[in-house]
Design a protein around this ligand. Structure first.
Ligand code: SAM
Length: 260
């Protein structure tokens, strides 16, 4: 994943509400691990609610952004560290809560199992794991311009190439957590709004453009798309962005489960 300044700014805006579903499970005594914290926007938002927060990621650029954000926030109960979520550098039972946001859906089944086994190990008995991830079946898009439909199809081709189930990961979180020994206690869903106003539609178009330009050569290289399809998809997003009534709400499924 890239961590340039526009992505950090984009994520910063949604940092506060991305974990709202988990807030009722946290207290001022909670020790929290944000695994795959990326630029730390959510970790910083949660740190002000808990006793201690640690964000880990295996991408040094993400951690540099996270540390800059932490310095800006001036919170003393917050730390970031470079670590692999499949082999966490923490003692058994170190945390009351472990959070995964937009991290698990593209893991292979074997890596997912290693990651959730580690999360379970570092949680105290009675502690909570929370996950929030994508499910394309829940997305709301209007108008369904051909090029935009094509863009969604191109993203689908990329993920289906790895794992056909990845696109419907969100709705399976509860059963996945149960299969890894947790007891699900809450499930829900919310949306990322890419169309609140003209500015957010422009951001959505810029985001789609960055993603298509990044993924395009990979798709073409693997024979999964043509250059012309990438161009049509880019044009589709431009047309969508020019429609003042266009909407795009991206579904995020949420789950909280307990370690008994
Ligand atoms: C889509 S980003 C989400 C970042 C953050 N949770 C958020 O929602 O803003 C996924 C993050 O998971 C991190 N990641 C992927 N595999 C990892 C691993 N094995 N260990 C630690 N972090 C990992 C990536 O570096 C990336 O920052």
């Amino acid at each position: 994943m890239r961590h340039d300044s526009s992505i950090v700014a984009f994520q910063q805006k949604r940092g506060g509400d991305s974990a709202a579903f988990f807030v009722p499970f946290l207290t001022s005594q909670t020790t929290l691990l944000d695994a795959g914290c990326g630029p730390g926007t959510i970790t910083v938002a949660l740190a002000s609610l808990v006793g201690k927060a640690i964000g880990i990621d295996n991408e040094p650029k993400a951690l540099a952004a996270a540390n800059a954000l932490a310095a800006e926030a001036g919170l003393s109960n917050l730390a970031f560290a470079e670590a692999d979520m499949t082999a966490l550098p923490f003692e058994d039972g170190s945390f009351d809560a472990v959070f995964f946001h937009a991290v698990l859906y593209h893991q292979s089944p074997a890596r997912l199992t290693r990651t959730l086994t580690e999360a379970r190990r570092v949680l105290k008995p009675g502690g909570f794991v929370a996950t929030r991830d994508a499910d394309v079946g829940g997305n709301v898009l209007h108008p369904e311009i051909e090029g935009v439909r094509l863009a969604l199809d191109l993203w689908q081709r990329w993920y289906e190439h790895d794992d056909p189930a990845a696109l419907r990961f969100g709705r399976r979180q509860s059963s996945i957590l149960r299969a890894h020994g947790f007891t699900p206690v809450w499930a829900g869903a919310s949306y990322i709004n890419h169309s609140a106003d003209a500015a957010s539609r422009s951001e959505a178009v810029a985001d789609a453009r960055r993603s298509l330009l990044g993924l395009g050569p990979l798709l073409v290289g693997k024979g999964l798309a043509t250059d012309r399809e990438i161009q049509l998809a880019l044009a589709g997003w431009e047309a969508w962005g020019a429609d003042p009534d266009a909407v795009y709400f991206r579904c995020r499924c949420e789950c909280v489960a307990r370690k008994d």
